[in-house]
Design a protein around this ligand. Structure first.
Ligand code: CA
Length: 222
């Protein structure tokens, strides 16, 4: 899952990037409203964390921009002003949630998870396909009840495939949701990660779960 953080205070955006990456999210950072609006319009993020007071364009304006263009990406607004009128005002612009600064990362994390769960991901924290299980809260993977150890990137990739189980996901969709903006779209990164992922979750005589669909992408199904 890929998140855009729009925040001009470097200490906060650094903290968010590091903490969210530890939670297995892919994170891009924009440091002003114009850049944030541009990135959010040109990439398919799963969620945007948007500070309200920003250079060039306020969070509120960025939010209106996106909603005005029909972008439904979940947005959590951050603002130093914790007054109720402010909160209602921000939610009125189309933000899904609001958090007053200073905030605790644990609270932000639980709100992110709540927003990502709805409406399409009604399943709990454990994703299952055949005898393969991914616990998105614990970041653990089991095949036929046996623990499988994955790198963080492999885990992100597997989680993305699991959330789209039964559907063909294209290379560009994988690139958009599992790699950040600095990734080289022409490298064989995806192939090599699919290769190692297949090897690790293959298990002893287990059913093949990750299928290559020539010319279209990959599909995870039993
Ligand atoms: Ca700010």
């Amino acid at each position: 899952m890929r998140i855009l953080v729009v925040e001009d205070e470097k200490s906060i955006s650094d903290f968010l990037k590091t903490s969210l990456e530890e939670e297995c999210f892919v994170v891009d950072v924009a440091s002003d409203g114009e850049e944030g609006s541009f990135l959010a319009r040109t990439n398919d993020y799963d969620l945007v964390i948007l500070d309200n007071v920003l250079p060039k364009k306020s969070g509120k304006e960025v939010c209106q921009d996106l909603r005005g263009r029909g972008r439904l990406t979940p947005i959590i607004m951050l603002s130093a002003k914790a007054e109720v009128s402010d909160k209602v005002d921000l939610l009125d612009t189309g933000a899904d949630d609001y958090l007053a600064k200073p905030f605790s990362f644990i609270e932000l994390k639980s709100r992110i998870k709540a927003l990502l769960r709805r409406p399409r991901n009604v399943e709990g924290s454990v994703l299952k396909v055949d005898d393969l299980e991914v616990d998105t809260r614990e970041h653990s993977v089991k095949r036929a009840g046996k623990e499988v150890y994955l790198t963080r990137k492999e885990l992100m990739l597997l989680e993305f495939l699991m959330r789209n189980k039964g559907a063909v996901v294209s290379r560009s969709a994988i690139m958009e949701h599992v790699w950040d903006i600095h990734a080289d779209p022409f490298s064989n990164t995806i192939e090599s990660h699919i290769f190692s992922l297949r090897k690790k979750i293959g298990g002893a005589g287990g059913k093949k779960l990750i299928h290559t669909i020539p010319g279209r992408g990959y599909k995870l199904s039993a």
